[in-house]
Write a protein of this length. Structure first.
Lengths: 283, 439
């Protein structure tokens, strides 16, 4: 009883801020709610969901979101492994390097977005300026429909790879040295050592890292909103951006709630697969 | 000793005269009782804008005049739009005065903002003669009028003008273009990418909507069927297609690299850095472009009215406006604030400080004309002369969807995804569906 009393402030906040809005959103997703016409609101069953399935802009945003998640995650994982393995061999200045690596994570998304906006400018940007010395460019970066999504992936790689580096690095340090030595004595090649010994050993912690990255990447919003607003056209309009536009620009809250529920379902499904397949143990 | 006394007396007489003068000045400035809401408080929510910054500086004067305590907050645009929507639609009533934009129709019809005619016609709140409603530019006042009622008062008007580099034009011996065909030829002739683009225009989806509407009108097209109460899109006409083709051609053949995602932010920075010869956009950027601390081209810029199309030169205009929240708990104080902030004197003071205007008298005043380039105020007056056939943004609740759909069609044309006709026809069909559903 006393435990519950101590927990109650947190529980009340949790219910008010997290749980209630979720149920409210579920309810709204079955309504036609348009914020400018609150009087016309009515229950329309699966109407919003059926419209969404026929909405080409939704499929576009879903495709972009999945491409973005897959693109960022793959490259970040490869880079993070390379950096972490190098870092594990390093004996001097590990703390310093680790600190520097972590710097981008500390920046708020708005700062990151404006920073890269300056770098990406086709006419005044530093990137094109420096690339010109190597005879490259000028590139349009976030200003062209083809280059915009890759440019956004570059930003996330720059900012978020360190997160995975840290997780993998910690995992590598925790591997018992005798296992590695035993494998080496048995004649394992460096690749076998990596793939058959190290990776399986750090898999549980790695999967937690991947899980967090996937959830984060799936709901990416701030940086894209500031940099491209989903443009040019709808070439970078991810699912959460589309949801935002539908809800807060077009005021179609019913439709936006349904989109939100779909994004929620997708994230839930992906998380479930990762937890199952990665044998993540939260205990 | 005697002499000293005399000085003292002279000083006293002077003080009395000055005091009486000041008091009578105050009375003349507005016969209304400014202190009728003394002791109350107001929350003024502002969008980041030169006008907002300047207004904030003057607010202590209002507090002194009325005894009303004012809290004012300036938010960045995206944050502001969200806060305004949440506060007004939920009727929380935190904000008393809000800065308003094209969302005015949505807000007015939803009943979130107060119709102001009743206040303006109340002689205890507005001194008709001193306030002079007819001093506002009609096209700007129309922006805040919904279904025949004034819901918002224009404070920072803008219209389309052509910025050009006088030094470049002189060096090349080129005349300032007066028509869109001349504009295209000049832009192509001056185009020297990546050093200097021929012309800058906004290309980003939402941002193209306002700018390209002026093109459509000048080519004889229309955006919607009924200027006051649109029921159908009209931008699928051959005239509109021709106008949008020109808009896209200018950017494709003489615009900056990546023009398809250019907002005013990129365009103004490029122009300030001397990366473009011409720039057709809202008149409000003169302040940034002529600021020698930010701009390399200050003092080297000429101003011309909107170029003419086959149907003449019809520039778009818009205005930031001030509105009163319907959920305000201090409507009398809010009305006094509007009377003060949009009155002749404060408007002039703000106009001189920043170059913004909603009233003719501000733009025609010597103080403004002497401080800012004369060519600019003349270009603005000339661009504002031709009456617009429709409001700067269609008078519909679904304004954001129009921005997205119509702007999307212009943007797709700029990016070379299909031609203007196809894009506009598709967009019109989408828009008609939305408009028929909202009836």
């Amino acid at each position: 009883m006393q435990q519950l009393a101590f927990l109650s402030p947190a529980l009340i906040v949790l219910v008010a801020v997290n749980i209630l809005p979720v149920f409210y959103t579920i309810a709204t997703s079955f309504q036609s709610l348009h914020l400018a016409y609150p009087g016309r609101n009515k229950f329309i069953g699966l109407g919003n969901y059926i419209s969404i399935l026929q909405d080409s802009r939704f499929w576009n945003s879903l495709g972009l979101t999945l491409t973005y998640v897959a693109g960022c995650l793959t490259i970040e994982l490869i880079l993070a492994f390379c950096i972490a393995l190098l870092l594990a061999k390093q004996t001097k200045g590990v703390g310093f390097i680790r600190g520097v690596l972590l710097l981008p994570i500390f920046l708020t998304p708005i700062v990151v977005a404006f920073l890269w906006r300056l770098l990406f400018s086709p006419s005044l940007g530093l990137l094109n300026y420096f690339l010109a010395f190597f005879g490259l460019g000028p590139y349009e970066w976030i200003y062209s429909p083809q280059q915009a999504l890759p440019s956004l992936i570059i930003i996330d790689i720059w900012q978020r790879t360190p997160e995975l580096v840290l997780i993998i690095f910690t995992g590598l340090l925790a591997i018992p040295q005798d296992v590695i030595e035993a494998a080496a004595v048995d004649g394992a090649s460096p690749w076998q050592l990596f793939w058959n010994v190290k990776v399986p050993l750090i898999k549980p912690i790695l999967m937690v890292g991947i899980l967090f990255r996937v959830i984060d990447l799936s709901k990416v919003f701030d940086v894209i909103y500031i940099l491209t607003r989903g443009g040019p056209g709808i070439s970078t309009e991810t699912l959460s951006l589309y949801t935002y536009t539908m809800g807060f620009s077009f005021l179609r809250m019913g439709y936006a709630s349904a989109l939100g529920m779909i994004l929620f379902a997708i994230i839930l499904l992906m998380s479930f697969i990762i937890v199952r397949w990665g044998e993540v143990d939260f205990e | 000793m005697k002499k000293h006394n005399l000085t003292k007396r002279a000083l006293f007489v002077f003080l009395v005269v000055a005091l009486v003068g000041a008091c009578s000045g105050l009375v003349l400035a507005g016969d209304i009782d400014w202190r009728q809401a003394e002791g109350t408080s107001l929350f003024v929510a502002l969008n980041k804008h030169v006008y907002a910054d300047a207004l904030q500086q003057l607010i202590p004067e209002f507090e002194e005049l009325t005894g009303i305590k004012v809290v004012s907050e300036v938010y960045s645009q995206d944050e502001y739009m969200n806060k305004r929507l949440v506060d007004l639609s939920s009727r929380a009533g935190v904000f008393d005065i809000v800065m308003m934009d094209q969302a005015v129709v949505q807000y007015a019809r939803a009943g979130w903002i107060e119709p102001l005619d009743g206040y303006i016609n109340d002689p205890t709140l507005f001194n008709q003669e001193a306030y002079a409603l007819d001093d506002f530019f009609p096209s700007l006042l129309d922006e805040g009028t919904v279904d025949g009622k004034i819901y918002a008062i224009p404070v920072a008007g803008e219209t389309q003008v052509l910025y050009y580099r006088t030094d470049v034009f002189e060096e090349k011996g080129i005349q300032v273009p007066k028509t869109f065909d001349e504009l295209y030829e000049t832009a192509v002739a001056l185009n020297d990418r990546p050093n200097m683009a021929g012309i800058l225009l906004r290309g980003q989806k939402i941002h193209t909507a306002w700018n390209s509407s002026g093109f459509v009108w000048s080519y004889g097209g229309r955006i919607s069927d009924d200027p006051m109460n649109p029921t159908k899109a009209a931008f699928d006409s051959p005239e509109a297609a021709e106008a949008i083709t020109m808009y896209a051609k200018l950017l494709q053949d003489a615009g900056p690299l990546g023009a398809g995602n250019y907002t005013w932010y990129e365009a103004v920075s490029d122009f300030q850095q001397g990366k473009a010869a011409m720039y057709l956009d809202a008149s409000v950027f003169m302040g940034d472009i002529e600021n020698p601390e930010k701009s390399l081209v200050a003092g080297k810029v000429g101003y011309a009215p909107m170029p003419a199309g086959p149907a003449g030169n019809i520039a778009n205009s818009l205005s930031w406006l001030l509105s009163m929240s319907s959920s305000s708990k201090n409507k009398k104080g809010a009305a006094l604030f509007l009377a003060w902030a949009t009155g002749k004197e404060t408007s002039l003071e703000l106009g001189v400080a920043t170059g913004v205007f909603g009233r003719k008298s501000v733009l025609e005043s010597d103080a403004v004309r002497n401080k800012y380039p004369r060519a600019w105020s003349e270009a603005v007056l000339s661009s504002l002369e031709a009456p617009k056939p429709e409001a700067g943004f269609p008078r519909i609740t679904e304004i954001d969807e129009w921005l997205d759909i119509y702007g999307g069609a212009v943007n797709a044309t700029i990016l070379g995804q299909r031609d203007a006709k196809t894009n506009l026809e598709r967009a019109a069909a989408q828009m008609n569906k939305i408009l028929s559903e909202s009836q």
